[in-house]
Structures are given as C-alpha cells and as structure tokens.
Write a protein that binds this ligand. Structure first.
Ligand SMILES: Nc1ncnc2c1ncn2[C@@H]1O[C@H](COP(=O)(O)OP(=O)(O)OP(=O)(O)O)[C@@H](O)[C@H]1O
Length: 285
C-alpha cells in the first residue's frame, strides 16, 4: 500500500468538510476521487501532501503512520494543484530547470519538455502559454523529481477536449511505468477512462469505492435512455434532458414513439448515472 487514510476528518470552523473518510491506494494504480464541486477533494489532497492539517484520523504512507507529512515523504511525492502559480516571466525551460533544482534526483528538464509536448515552447514565457500548455507544464513539474506517487488535483478542469486528451496521455504514460497516481476530477468520463479504482465522494463522505466497471455493475443500472427535452412522466429531469433507466428498452422506445418523442439516445450506464442514482444529483457543473 502506498497511502492509506483512516477516518480522516477536516473541520473548517464548525463546518465538517471531511466527515471521516477511509481508503487505501495501492502501488501502481490510478486512484480517483470523483465528486462535484465542494465534495472535499482538494481538502483531501492538500492534507495528504502536508499543505493542510487534518482535524482527526490517521494517514499512512508505505505502511507507516505519519503524524506530519515529513520531508522524506515530500521528496517522493509529486503534486499538481488546482491553483498553481508559476513565475510568469520565466520561460518554460527555465521553470523546469528551477523546479528540478529543488530536488537531488529526478528527470532531465529536456526529457520532461518532450513528455509534455512543449518542445516548441521551450523559450516561451509562462505568461504567454495557453491554458492547456500551462496545465501540461504544471503536470510536468509534478513528476520532475520522478516521484513514487503523483497527486493531480483536477488537472484538466476548464481545458478543451484536445488539451484534456494530452494530459490523459501523460497520465497513461505514468500508469505504464507503474507509478501510483492519485487523481481528483469532477469529469466522470475522465475517471472512467483513466482509473483503476474510483472513490465517489459527496459532501465530505465516501458514497462508493470500486473499479469503474464494478461501480456500474453494482448500481444495477441496465439501459439508459436519454431524451432531449423535459418529460416528467418518463424519468428524471436533468437540465433540459430526461433520463430514463430501464431493463426493457424495447417497450419503452415503443412508448416514446407512441408519444411522438423521437429525439432520444439509448446507451449503457456511465459513472455519471451511478452518481445520479446514489445521490440524486448531477455531477456536472
Ligand atoms: N479554507 C477553507 N475555509 C472554510 N471552508 C473551506 C475551506 N476550504 C474549503 N472549504 C469548504 O470545504 C468544502 C470542501 O472543499 P474542497 O475545496 O475540498 O472541495 P472540492 O471537492 O475540491 O471542490 P472543487 O472541485 O470546487 O475544488 C467546501 O464546502 C468548501 O467551501
């Protein structure tokens, strides 16, 4: 086991942001915390990397309990935070070299430059990078010390699909190297695609934890029909769509057609449907 938490609690004043969560992260897995805004994902990550104090509970790294996250542990973890600030006037390569200089061991900055596909931007100032390029640089910095475990807190939030895909490729490369990745995201398709196990968190509590496939199987959801438009008598209304869960799609489709409803898609359930079933809420923003 790489990281384990037991009954982790965090209070901000009287507000309980984490209500006693427990989980274990195994070596070489992509473990995702999936939950909506405010679920407690950043709080969890920042406690695990030693940026915030826990209120209660136990944290273990490599089977050893840690009262404080010490320097030794910090040297084997990599971190990409949501609101990372970099020196805007430095160039990309200067930034990589600077961060590399903080550690004894690690990657050659030029190798990282290649991995994050910013070779053409080597001499560009950080302030001139696009959102996706900046985020790739942040992810690159998270593994410059060749860490054993990498924490990526919502690394793709706000990025376009192509930039998101590039970050996914970097994450998959880590995975191939058997690195342990602790990812937080509120994109269910990201969690579903990248993760070995997903921990669904809402309001500071874990509501499910398993492989994406098992989470879907155990939800007993069968077929989902998504109708364009609001039809309360058929299912749950999500924005301007209606979601219907059914184990008899054929008769439902017939019913829809009889009601002159033709704009719908039939699909397999996703983690988003699991989340909706467990919480009654949508995962999306
Ligand atoms: N420093 C703080 N003081 C008071 N409340 C806080 C503080 N930081 C976070 N919170 C609250 O704790 C809860 C969990 O926040 P957290 O940032 O961990 O959620 P999150 O799942 O990471 O959400 P997001 O995706 O928006 O970052 C939220 O209700 C948030 O408002």
């Amino acid at each position: 086991m790489v990281v384990k938490v037991e009954n982790l609690k965090k209070l901000y004043g009287k507000f309980e942001a984490l209500k006693g969560i427990s989980f274990e992260v195994e070596e070489g897995e992509v473990f995702s915390l999936l939950g909506p805004n405010g679920a407690g994902k950043t709080t969890t990550v920042e406690i695990l990397i030693g940026l915030r104090e826990k209120s209660e509970g136990k944290i273990y790294y490599f089977n050893k309990e840690m009262e404080k996250i010490d320097k030794k542990i910090k040297s084997v973890i990599g971190v990409s935070l949501q609101k990372t600030e970099l020196f805007r006037e430095l160039t990309v390569i200067e930034t990589l070299k600077l961060f590399r200089s903080f550690y004894k061991d690690g990657y050659d900055p030029y190798e990282v430059l290649e991995k994050i596909e910013l070779v053409e931007k080597e001499k560009e100032r950080v302030k001139n990078l696009s959102g996706g390029q900046f985020q790739r640089l942040v992810v690159g910095l998270s593994f410059i010390n060749d860490p054993k475990i990498i924490f990526l807190d919502e690394p793709t939030t706000g990025l376009d699909p192509q930039s998101r895909r590039k970050i996914w490729d970097i994450i998959l490369e880590f995975k191939d190297k058997r690195k342990t990745i602790f990812l937080t995201t509120h994109y269910m398709e990201e969690a579903q695609f990248l993760s070995d196990r997903v921990c669904i968190i809402d309001n500071g509590e874990i509501i499910a934890l398993d492989t994406p496939q098992k989470l879907i199987e155990n939800s007993n959801l069968e077929t989902i029909i998504e109708i364009d438009g609001v039809y309360e008598k058929f299912g749950k209304i999500i924005g301007n769509r209606t979601l219907v869960e059914t184990n008899d799609p054929n008769s439902l489709i017939q019913k829809l057609i009889e009601n002159k409803i033709e704009n719908f898609t039939v699909r397999h359930p996703t983690l988003e449907d699991v989340f909706l079933k467990l919480t009654g809420k949508e995962l999306r923003d």
